[in-house]
Each structure stands twice: as C-alpha cells, then as structure tokens.
Design a protein around this ligand. Structure first.
Ligand code: GUN
Length: 292
C-alpha cells in the first residue's frame, strides 16, 4: 500500500506557483489576486476559506476575504458579486458553499463572470469541461486528477466507481475520469443514494472515489484487493479528547482499507490540500488568460 500524499503534492504545486509569482514580480508585474466571499458563520467554511486565504499569502498572491453576515440578502450578495466581476484588480473569486437557506445558490453561481469563476461552477465552465474545452475545472476533482497524474497511476481502461453525485465532486469527477485524455479513459460508474447493491459495485472497482460525507462508510469488504482508493470525505466528528473538540474523518475506514488498497489518500493530508493547490492554479490561469 502506498499513500497518495496530497499534502506533499499540494506543497510541490504551491512552490511551483510561488516561483512563477516571483518571476512576475521581478519583471515588474502585479501578482494574481483571489477573492473569497463567505456568508454566515459556518465553522467548517470559515476554516476552509481561512486556509485558502493563507495559502494565497504564502505563495505571494494578493487575497481578499469578504465576510458577510448570515442575514445578508440575496440582492446584497448579487451586488457584491457584480462588484468583483467588474473590479479589474481581482482575477478570480469564489463564493464559499453552502450558502444560507434563504439564498438561491443557483442564482448566485450564475451571476459569477465565467472568466473569474475559478471554482468552475458556472454552467458555461461546467459545460466546457464536459466538452473538453479550455475552462476552469472544479478544484477538488482537478486535484484528484492531478494526484493521479503526478503519481503516474494507470487508470486507462480501468473501472472507476464514484460514490456521490454532487455538482462539486461526484458529477465532474465522472466526466474527468472518462475523458479521452491522460489521465482518463476510465470506465465510470457514478453511484448515489438510490444505487442498489452498492458494495457489489464498489467491489468491482479498480479505483473508488468516495465523496459522500459519511465517516468511515467504505469498509474493507467493499473494496477489491489492489484498488486505488480516493477519500473526499471531511466530516467533523465530535471528540472530546482532541483540543478542537472534533476530528476530521474521511469516508473511508482507513485502518482496514489501507491493507487492501494499492494506493490510498489519507484524511487529513490527501484530497483537501490538493483542492487548495488547484484553486490557486486556476487563479493563476485566470490571471494569465484575462488580466490586462
Ligand atoms: N464548499 C465545499 N467545497 C467547496 C469548493 O470547492 N468551493 C466552494 N466555493 N465552496 C465549497
């Protein structure tokens, strides 16, 4: 069993970007600028956005965090997005999800200028991805593909089983793994809450990507010997013995599954750090394609 080390790989990517930023600055150019909008006080979202902003600072980007109160109206948020769309100093921005229930998420994501949509959530960018056109690929699936590429894992012709059909992870993952490109060319099964006999399907998988959000869901008896196992779960499980009062737990029963897997991502230190690295990469792309 080998660990797919997202922390190290994410750091490699970040230092590659940092080198490029240094070159830009040396030649008198401004660095890329990422903004993040956070509505409300969800603890996990605060942590994720904080870590995105800190990563920007570390690699030499400009960053702006816009924190809006829970009771922010949809119109106020739309106005904020319009400001970011038209602000020439901002190369890309994200609106952290989930949004409070009174705000229509679809309406918000549709309002983001596709040229600045570094999350790749706008239908224009999502459609381009499905058609193999140049676009922004959502950071989590992009990070998983990049891990597969950097570890040189051969997935061509293999059976990939994805658990979860979310717009952010499962659905785009199914598109990317089946793409006619490298890495890609996998035969994909996209499973979800209505799937019957799930473990019969996961047992046939050469690659399993679990993006369900149920701690320790994927057990050893659901995995084939030698499978590649990618864990996208990051659930906070209460644990009083931990200083924070919780532990971040993945979808995969890591201690048992690791003995059967050929490669496996840990939680934390697997997919999470890759997501941030790819968001920074998308911001660099936005800067290179559209700035000036
Ligand atoms: N919430 C969970 N994952 C993500 C992400 O990748 N981007 C945004 N904007 N919100 C999220």
């Amino acid at each position: 069993m080998k660990i797919l080390d997202g922390k190290k790989t994410g750091n490699d990517i970040k230092s590659e970007i940092a080198d490029q930023v240094l070159q830009l600055k040396k030649s008198g150019k401004r660095p890329p600028h990422l903004a993040a909008v956070l509505v409300g006080n969800d603890g996990a979202s605060l942590t994720y956005v904080g870590s995105k902003v800190r990563s920007c600072e570390r690699i030499g980007y400009e960053s702006t965090l816009i924190k809006l109160p829970e009771e922010t109206t949809e119109q106020t948020l739309l106005n904020q997005i319009q400001e970011l769309n038209t602000n020439p100093a901002i190369d890309g921005f994200i609106v952290q999800l989930p949004l409070p229930a009174h705000i229509d998420e679809e309406k918000i994501l549709m309002a983001v200028d596709p040229k600045k949509d570094v999350d790749g959530f706008h239908p224009t960018n999502f459609g381009k991805m499905a058609l193999d056109m140049e676009t922004f690929i959502p950071a989590t699936p992009f990070g998983i593909m990049e891990l597969i590429r950097r570890y040189d894992l051969d997935i061509s012709g293999k059976h990939a089983v994805i658990i979860g059909r979310s717009h952010i992870v499962g659905r785009p993952m199914s598109i990317l793994l089946s793409r006619k490109s490298s890495p890609g060319n996998a035969t994909v099964t996209l499973t979800h809450s209505r799937t019957k006999n799930l473990s019969e399907i996961t047992k046939q998988a050469d690659i399993v990507v679990s993006a369900l959000g149920v701690p320790n869901f994927l057990k050893a008896n659901m995995v084939k010997q030698g499978a590649i196992v990618i864990d996208v779960g990051i659930t906070r499980v209460p644990d009083e013995s931990h200083p924070k009062g919780y532990v971040i737990t993945g979808d995969v029963d890591f201690e048992a599954v690791r003995h059967k897997a050929s490669y496996i991502t840990p939680v934390p230190g697997g997919v999470g750090p890759m997501t941030i690295a790819m968001l920074l990469q998308n911001t660099f792309l936005a800067y290179s394609r559209y700035a000036n």
